[in-house]
Design a protein around this ligand. Structure first.
Ligand SMILES: C[S@@+](CC[C@H](N)C(=O)[O-])C[C@H]1O[C@@H](n2cnc3c(N)ncnc32)[C@H](O)[C@@H]1O
Length: 213
């Protein structure tokens, strides 16, 4: 581990290495509307490019984005997830590369859209990721951050505790408008904030870089 690596990175890598293979099954169980959500994100970003996906995981959202955007770059910090992405998207035109969502290696204003699905609740500093996304977006660029809302219902709070027992380090149990407030504070105009119900509900916040007209 380099001295610059974020605290918790090693723990997170071990967790995703253990869970990468069953991730899709568990995710679809926790929220069976996930495929519809992924299609919705893809529709909202239709025609956009280049598009940066942070924390792409096994590529559940990447698969949907592939149909509607161009210049898609799918990234993650976990080597296990990157391997899955490389296998799934070889010869698809998707560029797969390692990236820490808290410190993006791209220059300012280099993307037309940034997607970061289901990662903000795992970060020690979610606002740092949002500021980084803001930096690499062109003015008017879109940010899509659908995020598991562990604090939304009694059931989700209970399931969240169970997931913690498996080693998942949840740092924010989002509920209500908390996520859209964070997005707004990072300099985005919130275009929509929807709750996708499920055993583990998902808050889908879509923002645009810049203030409203
Ligand atoms: C719950 S999964 C979400 C995967 C995918 N976006 C989805 O919605 O199915 C969380 C992902 O975040 C990644 N991750 C966690 N911290 C990260 C960071 N600082 N930078 C990049 N990826 C990170 C993990 O490796 C894992 O693949």
């Amino acid at each position: 581990m380099s001295s610059e690596e974020a605290p918790g990175a090693k723990h997170s890598e071990a967790y995703w290495r253990r869970h990468a293979r069953r991730y899709d099954r568990v995710t679809l169980f926790l929220n069976r509307r996930f495929p519809r959500l992924a299609a919705r994100v893809a529709r909202d970003l239709k025609g956009r490019g280049p598009v940066l996906e942070l924390a792409a995981g096994t590529g559940l959202v990447t698969q949907a984005l592939l149909e509607t955007v161009h210049g898609l770059v799918a990234t993650d910090r976990s080597e296990a997830m990157l391997e899955t992405l490389r296998n799934r998207f070889q010869s698809s035109g998707v560029v797969v590369r390692p990236e820490d969502a808290l410190s993006i290696g791209s220059p300012a204003a280099s993307f037309d859209a940034v997607v970061a699905a289901n990662v903000l609740h795992l970060l020690s500093q979610p606002s740092t990721m949002l500021r980084e996304a803001h930096r690499v977006l062109q003015p008017g660029g879109l940010l899509a951050v659908p995020t598991f809302a562990h604090g939304e219902t009694l059931l989700s709070r209970f399931v969240s505790r169970l997931l913690s027992l498996t080693g998942l380090a949840v740092t924010s149990r989002f509920a209500g408008r908390k996520l859209s407030e964070l997005v707004q504070k990072a300099g985005f105009t919130v275009l929509s904030d929807e709750l996708i119900p499920g055993i583990l509900p998902i808050r889908y916040v879509l923002g645009r870089k810049g203030t409203s007209d």
